[in-house]
Design a binder for this molecule. Structure first.
Ligand code: RIB
Ligand code: CA
Length: 314
C-alpha cells in the first residue's frame, strides 16, 4: 500500500496562543513536513512573535525547525497589535523559559522565495497578517504558479469582524497584503471567523488537554485559559474561538470541515470597512471563485484531533 507523501508546509505566524497550538499540532503530525516558520508582526511586534515562535519549537522539542523573522510592519498601514487579547508577551499564560534557539539567518521573505523556487508542492499556512506572503509574491511573481495552496486563517463573512465590526484582525492589519494574495491566482483555502467561532475552548476541552498530564499539556491549557478570557467576556459564551489550528486541522482532516468555493474581495480603501472580506457566499456577483471558504466544523472532532496529537509531543 502506498503511503501518502508528507505534505510540505511553511507556517507564517504571529504567535499568539492560538498560533502556538497550530504550530504544535503541525509539529506533532507526521503527515506534515514543516520546512520552517516565518514570523510577522501582528498580535505583538515582530521581536516578540519571533521569540514566541522559537519558544514553541523548543517546547515541542523541535530545535531542527528553522525560524525566519519577516516583516515588522504592514505594507502601508501602521502596525496594529492585539496585546489586549494575547497579553504583553503575546504568549501570556504559562511561565516558560526564554528560548535558547536563535533565529535562522536571513529574512523570511527570502526564505519563502528560495524555498518555493527550489521545492515543489509547498503549502503556505499563514496564521497572521499576510505581509510576508504578499512581499514574496511581489518580489518573485514566479512563485505564484509554484505554490501548492495557501491555507490561511483570516477574514469574516456572516460573523462580520473582530477588530472592527467589519474586519477580522489578520486582514485588517494589512488589507493591501491580503488584497494582493487574494488576487494572486494561487489556490486558497480560507478559514474565516465563521468557522473558527465554532471551535470554542470549552472547560471540558481544556480539561482534556490538561489531563494529558505533561508539561506541554499544562502549558497549552494555561495558554487557552488566558487567551479565552477576552472573547468569553466579549461574546458572553463559554470558551473562546481557537482560530489558527483550523488551518492545520483542515490539512490533516478536511472532512472535519464544510465549505464552498467563493469569490472573495478585500476592502482596502474605506475608512469604515477597510480589511473587510467580501465573501460572495451565494454567488450573486458571478465573479469566479478565488478561494475555498470554510463554513462548518465538527468541533468535537477538531478538539479530539488536537488533544490526540498534543499527546504525541510528550
Ligand atoms: O482574528 C484572529 C486572528 O488574529 C488569529 O490568527 C489570531 O492569532 C490573530 O492573529
Ligand atoms: Ca495568528
Amino acid at each position: 500500500m502506498t503511503t501518502n507523501p508528507r505534505k510540505k508546509i511553511i507556517i507564517d505566524t504571529d504567535p499568539g496562543q492560538d498560533d502556538a497550538v497550530a504550530i504544535l499540532l503541525a509539529l506533532a503530525s507526521p503527515e506534515l513536513e514543516v520546512l520552517g516558520l516565518t514570523t510577522v508582526a501582528g498580535n505583538v511586534p515582530l521581536a516578540l512573535t519571533s521569540r514566541n515562535a522559537l519558544m514553541v519549537c523548543e517546547l515541542a522539542g523541535r530545535r531542527d525547525i528553522p525560524v525566519y523573522a519577516g516583516a515588522d510592519r504592514p505594507l502601508l498601514k501602521p502596525l496594529v497589535t492585539a496585546e489586549f487579547v494575547h497579553g504583553k508577551t503575546g504568549l501570556d499564560g504559562p511561565t516558560l523559559p526564554e528560548p535558547t534557539l536563535a533565529l535562522a539567518d536571513g529574512h523570511a521573505v527570502d526564505f519563502l522565495i528560495d524555498t518555493l523556487m527550489h521545492e515543489d508542492r509547498v503549502t503556505l499556512c499563514p496564521l497572521g497578517p499576510l505581509t510576508n506572503i504578499a512581499l514574496a509574491l511581489a518580489r518573485e511573481p514566479r512563485i505564484a504558479a509554484r505554490i501548492e495552496r495557501i491555507v490561511l486563517m483570516g477574514g469574516g463573512g456572516f460573523e462580520g469582524g473582530n477588530i472592527t465590526p467589519a474586519a477580522e484582525f489578520n486582514i485588517y492589519v494589512d488589507p493591501q497584503a491580503a488584497d494582493l494574495v487574494f488576487r494572486s491566482g494561487v489556490p486558497i483555502t480560507m478559514a474565516p471567523l465563521d468557522v473558527t467561532h465554532q471551535a470554542l475552548t470549552t472547560r471540558a476541552r481544556v480539561a482534556a488537554i490538561r489531563a494529558l498530564g505533561t508539561p506541554l499539556g499544562e502549558a497549552v491549557a494555561l495558554w487557552l485559559e488566558f487567551f479565552e478570557r477576552f472573547d468569553e467576556q466579549k461574546y458572553g459564551q463559554e470558551g473562546g474561538p481557537l482560530h489558527d489550528p483550523c488551518v492545520i486541522a483542515w490539512l490533516l482532516r478536511p472532512e472535519l470541515f464544510t465549505g464552498r468555493d467563493c469569490h472573495v474581495a478585500i476592502e482596502t480603501a474605506s475608512p469604515l470597512t477597510q480589511g473587510m472580506t467580501v465573501i460572495d457566499w451565494w454567488g450573486v456577483t458571478g465573479k469566479p471563485a478565488n478561494a475555498h471558504v470554510l463554513g462548518g466544523l465538527d468541533a468535537d472532532g477538531f478538539y479530539a484531533l488536537i488533544t490526540e496529537r498534543l499527546a504525541r509531543l510528550g
